[in-house]
Design a protein around this ligand. Structure first.
Ligand SMILES: Cc1ncc(COP(=O)(O)O)c(C=O)c1O
Length: 423
C-alpha cells in the first residue's frame, strides 16, 4: 500500500514518438455534467491576436466584459469581473479574501461541491458549520434560517446547482434570510450560470461565482464573479499591495492581509480598476473567450436560453423515463442542465459509458461518493442544449443498453424526447 510520503504513481508515455505529431483528438459530443463542447464562436474568439494586458484596446475589452457579465448576472454590481483560473479559483478567491481565520462560515452542503466549499473554508481557518441534506434533496428556507439563528456566521456558502447530485437549490429567499441574521451569502453558480435564472440583485446575493465550461458554452479556465457592495468593502478593507508595485500614495487597508497573493481579490480589484495595478498577467485569450460567452448569452437572451435548457431537460427526462430508467433525486428540484439516472440492475455502468465513448464518440458522466456506480449523469447544456444532441445521446444509449441485455421498448426513448420537444 502507498505510504503518505510516496509521490503519486505516474506511468510513462505509451508512445513517445507521438510528441512530434500535431494534437489530433476525436470529435467527442460532451453530454456529461461539464465540460461541454464550446460554441465555435468562443473557439474563434480564443484565436484573437494577443495584445498586452495594459494595451488601451484590451482595457476596453475588460470593461466590455464587465458590462456583459452584469447582464449575465442580472446585477448592477460595479465589481463584476473575471478571475483567472477554473471555477474553483473564483470560489476560493472570494472566500479567502472575505473571511479571516476564526470567522464563522456556514456551508449548506447537498453534494460534492458543498464539500468543496467546506474544504476551502476549513483551509482558510474559518470556524465552519456544515448543514447537510441527503444527496438528491435540497434545503427548505426554514432549515437555513434555523442554522443561521443558532450559529451566527459571517458568511453562508452554497451551490445553486450541485452537479454531483444534479439538484438545484432554490435561492430566492436565502439572501434576505442571511441578511436578517447579519450574514453575507456566497453562491457557487459554476454549473448553472447561464442556464438557470439567477437574478443576483433581485435575490440579494452578495457574491456569485461561475465558470465558462457548463451553460456558458466555453472552455474552463476563466471564472466570472460578481460582488455586492458589502462583500466588496469587506474584501477591500484587507487591501495590501505587494511591495514591488505599490503606488506612491499607498495606504494599506485596516483589515488583516489576505494570505494568498494570487487569490488576493483586493489586488485583483485594483488590477481591474482604473489604477490598473500590475498584479497577475491577465489570461488574455481566456478573457476573449469569457467575453464571447457572455456576448452569445446576451445575444440569445436570458429567457430564450433558460427555455432552451428547460426544454432539453424535459426531453431528456421524458426519453429516459420512456426507456424504463429511473431519474435520480427530487425531480422537482433537478438542475435543468444535468439529469441523474439510476444505472439499471444487471447493467455495468462503466461499460455503457465506455461503449458510448468508443462507439459513438459521446461522453456521459459517472458519479461521486455515495452515488458512485449508482447513477450516470447526463448533461445537455450551453452549446449542447440542443434537440439533435439530446436525441442522438438517447439513441446511442438505447443501442448500448440493448446490447447490454437491458430490456425495454426500443425507440421509446428517442420518440418520447422527440415528442416532448414538439409539445
Ligand atoms: C457546482 C460546481 N462547483 C465547482 C466546480 C469546480 O469547478 P472547476 O473544476 O472549474 O474548478 C464544479 C465543477 O464541476 C461544479 O460543478
Amino acid at each position: 500500500m502507498a505510504q503518505s510520503t510516496d509521490l503519486p504513481a505516474l506511468s510513462p508515455l505509451a508512445d513517445v514518438s507521438a510528441i512530434r505529431q500535431e494534437l489530433n483528438l476525436p470529435p467527442r459530443l460532451l453530454m456529461g455534467p461539464g465540460p461541454i463542447n464550446a460554441d465555435p464562436r468562443v473557439l474563434r474568439a480564443l484565436s484573437t491576436p494577443l495584445v498586452g494586458q495594459f494595451d488601451p484596446t484590451f482595457r476596453v475589452a475588460m470593461r466590455e466584459t464587465m458590462a456583459l457579465y452584469r447582464l449575465v448576472f442580472e446585477t448592477a454590481n460595479d465589481w463584476t469581473l473575471i478571475v483567472d483560473g477554473t471555477a474553483r479559483s473564483a470560489i476560493e478567491t472570494a472566500m479567502i479574501s472575505a473571511i479571516e481565520p476564526g470567522e464563522r462560515v456556514l456551508v449548506l452542503s447537498f453534494g460534492r461541491f458543498g464539500q468543496l466549499k467546506t474544504e476551502i473554508a476549513r483551509r482558510i481557518g474559518a470556524e465552519v458549520k456544515v448543514l447537510e441534506t441527503t444527496w438528491g434533496t435540497v434545503f427548505a428556507p426554514e432549515q437555513v434560517e434555523a442554522a443561521l439563528k443558532a450559529f451566527s456566521p459571517a458568511l453562508v456558502a452554497v451551490c445553486q446547482g450541485d452537479t454531483s447530485t444534479t439538484m438545484c437549490q432554490p435561492l430566492e429567499e436565502l439572501g434576505r434570510i442571511c441578511h436578517r441574521y447579519g450574514a453575507l451569502l456566497q453562491v457557487d453558480a459554476t454549473a448553472t450560470l447561464g442556464g438557470t435564472p439567477l437574478p443576483v440583485d433581485a435575490w440579494e446575493i452578495d457574491c456569485v461565482t461561475g465558470g465558462l465550461q457548463k451553460c456558458l458554452a466555453g472552455p474552463s479556465g476563466a471564472a466570472p464573479i460578481t460582488l455586492g457592495d458589502a462583500f466588496a468593502r469587506r474584501v477591500y478593507r484587507r487591501r495590501h499591495i505587494e511591495e514591488g508595485v505599490r503606488p506612491a500614495n499607498y495606504v494599506p487597508g485596516v483589515g488583516r492581509i489576505i494570505p494568498s497573493n494570487y487569490m488576493d481579490l483586493a489586488m485583483i480589484m485594483d488590477y481591474w480598476g482604473d489604477g490598473a495595478l500590475n498584479h497577475h498577467t491577465e489570461a488574455t485569450s481566456m478573457l476573449y473567450a469569457a467575453r464571447e460567452c457572455a456576448r452569445i448569452f446576451v445575444l440569445e437572451g436570458a429567457n430564450a436560453i433558460h427555455r432552451r435548457h428547460a426544454a432539453a431537460s424535459r426531453a431528456m427526462v421524458a426519453g429516459l423515463s420512456a426507456m424504463g430508467l429511473e431519474v435520480f433525486g427530487d425531480v422537482a428540484h433537478k438542475m435543468p442542465n444535468v439529469t441523474g439516472v439510476a444505472i439499471p440492475a444487471g447493467v455495468a455502468g462503466d461499460k455503457v459509458r465506455n461503449a458510448l465513448l468508443e462507439d459513438f464518440n459521446i461522453e456521459i458522466g459517472t458519479s461521486f461518493g455515495p452515488l458512485h456506480g449508482k447513477i450516470w449523469r447526463i448533461g445537455a447544456m450551453g452549446y449542447n442544449a440542443r434537440r439533435d444532441a439530446v436525441l442522438l445521446t438517447l439513441a446511442a444509449l438505447e443501442t448500448v443498453l440493448a446490447a447490454e441485455g437491458y430490456r425495454f421498448t426500443r425507440g421509446a426513448g428517442v420518440d418520447a424526447a422527440y415528442h416532448a420537444y414538439k409539445a
